[in-house]
Design a protein around this ligand. Sequence first.
Ligand SMILES: CC(C)(COP(=O)([O-])OP(=O)([O-])OC[C@H]1O[C@@H](n2cnc3c(N)ncnc32)[C@H](O)[C@@H]1OP(=O)([O-])[O-])[C@@H](O)C(=O)NCCC(=O)NCCSC(=O)C[C@@](C)(O)CC(=O)[O-]
Length: 352
Amino acid sequence: MARPRADAYSLLPCATSRALASIALSPGLGKDSPHHVRIVEVSPRDGLQNEKQVVPLTTKLELIRRLVEEAGVETVEAGSFVSPKWVPQMADSAAVLEQMTVKQGVSYPFLVPNDRGLVNFLDMVGPKGRAAGRSDEIAIFTAATDAFTKANTNCTIHESLERLSKVTSKALGHGIRVRGYISVVADCPYSGKVNPADVGKIAKTLLEMGCYEISLGDTTGAGTPGQMLNVLNECTRHAPSVRFAAHCHDTFGSAVANVLAMVNAGVRVVDAAVGGLGGCPYSPGASGNVDVESVVYALHESGYDTGLDLDALAQIGAWISQQLDRPNGSSAGRAILARAKVKSQSAKQSKL
Ligand SMILES: CC(C)(COP(=O)([O-])OP(=O)([O-])OC[C@H]1O[C@@H](n2cnc3c(N)ncnc32)[C@H](O)[C@@H]1OP(=O)([O-])[O-])[C@@H](O)C(=O)NCCC(=O)NCCSC(=O)C[C@@](C)(O)CC(=O)[O-]
């Protein structure tokens, strides 16, 4: 597998060059290797939440099963316990939690916005719940601007952090791990460019609350590698880069570049969605999440390991796009399937 070339490091900022140098020096791949990048597959939640048509429960369950069993995904964000009035598509998340195939060693976080959502989640996964022990992780979410926080959760950043602090401490008290999201880290659809220092301060607060990891959301997909690295630099004042995840949307076509820049700077977790599904209902015009097929292709070709089966991801991306009656949003997925078709045709011809 190709490794980044040592002579390229001198061109990079110091932190990036150190991170890449350690990659080149460390042999071997696998989960514990410094080359390993964990993919958080967000398609069942972030990917589907914005779909206008009702996606059948059976399709959601099959998507989760295939991602885990066929592609080897380690973390699947499976749904959300938000208000169904705000995001109707996620109204069946309790049923998803109860019925999804659960594989040992795989984490299935659910998004929780407030105490009501946490209570509903705990009622399900607690010892007497209908989904006892099926998930031990939630994701909480806030944003870097008041305008977006208001649009998404009907409160200011300050109010959301107060609310989430109580949610986090209650969740941790029940043995539930908490992942934090910060949306609009580079650009806000309502108030424009975001100051990276503001993101750093919110990240610090979420870390102090007890979030084990913070996902940095380029919700509008307007961020660039330089902007995302500025955001990361502000955040790493408070915790090492491995505590942060890249969550990039692809509206302006720079999501894969943003992801690679962040991984080269030491980030080891990337959120992505098969087939490039998704979009936030409160980020008008933003396109889907970066497609997991392109991310995995780019990471593998750059010397990183994800443990995922790229061919299986391409198949799943094509399948779910067909289910949703929409074009496959993954250029890498389409290319992989087209090449596989040519290969199987020439294999058939050579047998004749
Ligand atoms: C936070 C609220 C609830 C505030 O919404 P609100 O209207 O201020 O809440 P409320 O407390 O006044 O309650 C209104 C109604 O909702 C009910 N309710 C209240 N909470 C819940 C709950 N948890 N579960 C079920 N029902 C709930 C509550 O009981 C009440 O029902 P009513 O009395 O009218 O019948 C709302 O704004 C909300 O649910 N927002 C979620 C929006 C959302 O899910 N957005 C997408 C996810 S974030 C995202 O996609 C970005 C991310 C993470 O991917 C990263 C990135 O890309 O940037």
